[in-house]
Write a protein that binds this ligand. Structure first.
Ligand code: F6R
Length: 608
């Protein structure tokens, strides 16, 4: 969702802020803006435009060149359409204070009514503009921007990351957060405030996590963090392990393609340090919780939810612990039954998905312990969980999740195996065999990627299809759901995933002459292999154009067969998902869509 950056230091703020906004583009946005300070007392310089960053850049003039502090924003519209007026920053009536915001101010209507009574004129339809006016009223009283921010935050309901600057204190940027991300980047003689670390990793790897309801004031040499009562608090420092180069496209046409090709390395990173030489599984995060677990509940959204669905099969089969998987957005508004023996696992690439964060809090309030599988250090979900299993996928810039998903699934397999080791529900020999299978995955994914060209060519032949169906059973079923989600979000096409056994309970009515159906087949030795083969016959008999994804153990007399290496049945979805990602990617390219930033979508869904 909205990208936020603040810079104060010796470099020209304009280029620093614009550069950072470019790094934040991946979050998804529909307008962008900046505000820069001049010398003390000089007017703020503000520019904002609907559309892409290039629109904003063409609105900039040479007056913007020598400011040393500034804030920048990429907006994903919630309140008010994506217009120049609704773009951030929002400026106070006296022109002295500029504010940018991510989140939703839930009580903005009552605040607006109060402010209008006091004579403020509103020029946008946003919830954010109220904050600019409130802040300037407080600032005019106290002449202290941080103090004004603390007072304003106490009046706000909802979620927010806020940054503000004032023409009266040109080197100072003030930030605040509640249920929305804000990190501080610590440089030498310069500091950054940002919605995520990718905005500043090219400049510094030292960062501070801000806690809930904290306010931070930065100038080039000083960072001061307080709670809303003005009491100084210490923020948690951390070092960013991501490589700045990893957040660049590096010769690939799209970030998504690069991230698909990074999957072998990402899986290796997830597995690094997880197994001892004598085939013991290491999961100190789970061990630190010291739990007697009788049930696991996995909570996540979107693609991460599919990781959870896939993880359930291995956890139950290997460790004999019951697993439920639920959409975080549903769970957070229910009154579920949890006990101190329930382990809640949340899964999130960004660590900022609002529904997952709120679901984790809800689970904690109900007495469960929480373990998160997270990719982003310093993120809210990581910070608030009792323990964090970092997936180490590296920065994922394309909106559509690819390498994050595979690493989440792999992390769940490690957890499943660790629990099986503790419960002695698998023998040491069985564990050693699965470890070998896991360690072989990076090469197997590599093998798929090396032979991906025919799949890309075949996909282009389906570009005018109106609907694509995906079929699978067992771990192939959530893989089918994922294939359909990827295609929807990237190709803007109707796509649905079904469990093979459900076909005759309704979905088969959708099959027409030529309907593409992608079927994920288990190894021939599986109990469900013949069931899937029957499903293929059933849809073919009704005109479907079947594309099968299978290993070499199943002979297939079909025009379109995508072969994947053989592996343990429970791990197979990890391999089957790779061609599904490539299919969705290629379809988006063939249909002329914006692959890395599909329409209407945002990378981190930080509002409900
Ligand atoms: C789909 C996709 C989304 C995310 C979902 C959760 O490709 O990327 O469905 O998986 O928004 O995001 P995280 O993992 O950041 O919580």
């Amino acid at each position: 969702m909205c990208g936020i950056i603040g810079y104060t230091g010796a470099s020209p703020a304009l280029s620093m802020v614009i550069d950072s906004l470019r790094k934040l583009e991946y979050r998804g946005y529909d307008s962008a803006g900046i505000a820069l300070t001049g010398k003390a007392g000089e007017k703020l310089i503000v520019a904002k435009r609907a559309g892409k960053l290039s629109n904003l850049e063409s609105a900039l003039t040479s007056d913007h060149a020598d400011s040393l502090s500034g804030i920048g924003h990429t907006r994903w519209a919630t309140h008010g359409g994506p217009t120049d007026e609704n773009a951030h920053p929002h400026i106070s009536s006296d022109g002295k204070v500029a504010v940018i915001h991510n989140g939703i101010i839930e009580n903005y209507i009552e605040l607006k009514a109060e402010l209008e009574k006091r004579g403020h004129k509103f020029s946008s339809q946003t919830d954010t503009e109220s904050v600019a006016h409130l802040l300037s009223d407080e600032f005019n009283l106290s002449k202290d921007l941080a103090d004004a921010m603390r007072k304003v935050c106490k009046r706000l309901r909802g979620s927010f990351t806020l940054l503000a600057i004032s023409s009266d204190s040109p080197e100072v940027i003030v930030g605040a957060r509640r249920n929305s991300p804000l990190v501080v980047g610590l440089g030498r003689g310069e500091n950054f405030l940002a919605s995520d670390v990718s905005a500043f990793i090219a400049h510094t790897k030292s960062a501070l996590e801000l806690g809930q309801d904290q306010v931070v004031q930065v100038s080039p040499d000083v960072v001061l963090v307080t709670d809303l009562d003005g009491k100084q608090v210490s923020a948690k420092p951390f070092e960013i392990t991501w490589d700045a180069k990893a957040a660049e496209r590096g010769g690939y046409t799209h970030f998504m393609l690069k991230e698909i090709f990074e999957q072998p390395k990402a899986i290796s990173e997830t597995l690094l340090g997880r197994f001892s030489n004598d085939s013991k599984v290491i999961c100190s995060e789970l061990a630190s919780l010291n739990l007697d677990i009788d049930r696991i509940l996995i909570l996540a959204c979107g693609t991460a939810y599919h990781a959870g669905l896939i993880g359930k099969y291995a956890i139950e089969q290997w460790s004999k612990i019951a697993v439920d998987v639920e959409l975080a957005s549903e769970f957070r508004y229910r009154k579920p039954f949890l006990t101190a023996k329930t382990l809640v696992i949340t899964i999130s690439q960004s660590g900022e998905t609002m529904d997952t964060l709120m679901a984790a809090r809800h689970a904690k309030e109900l007495g469960a312990a929480t373990l998160s599988i997270c990719n982003t250090m310093g993120s809210s979900i990581a910070r608030e969980s009792d323990a964090v299993f970092y997936s180490h996928a590296g920065p994922e810039i394309a909106v559509a999740s690819t390498k994050a998903l595979l690493t989440q699934i792999v992390a769940l397999k490690v957890i499943a195996l660790y629990l099986a080791q503790n419960n002695k529900s698998l023998s040491s020999a069985q564990i050693a065999k699965i470890i070998a299978e896991l360690l072989a995955l990076p090469n197997k994914v590599e093998e798929i990627l090396e032979t991906v060209e025919p799949l890309r060519a075949m996909t282009r032949g389906f570009k005018d299809a109106t609907s694509v169906l995906f079929l699978g059973r067992n771990v192939g079923y959530p893989a089918a759901l994922e294939g359909a989600l990827k295609l929807k979000e990237l190709a803007y096409m109707h796509a649905e995933g079904f469990a093979g056994g459900e076909l005759k309970h309704g979905p088969i009515a959708l099959i027409e002459e030529g309907t593409p159906v992608i079927a994920i087949l288990p190894p021939a030795s599986s109990a469900i292999s013949e069931k899937m083969l029957s499903n293929i016959q059933e849809v073919r008999a009704r005109g479907a154009n079947v594309i099968a994804i299978a290993d070499a153990s199943t002979p297939l007399d079909l025009k379109h067969v995508i072969r994947i290496p053989s592996c343990d049945e429970l791990l197979q979805s990890i391999l089957a998902i790779v061609p599904l990602q490539v299919f969705a990617y290629e379809m988006a390219v063939a249909r002329g869509n914006d692959v890395d930033q599909p329409r209407n979508l945002a990378k981190s869904v930080t509002v409900e």
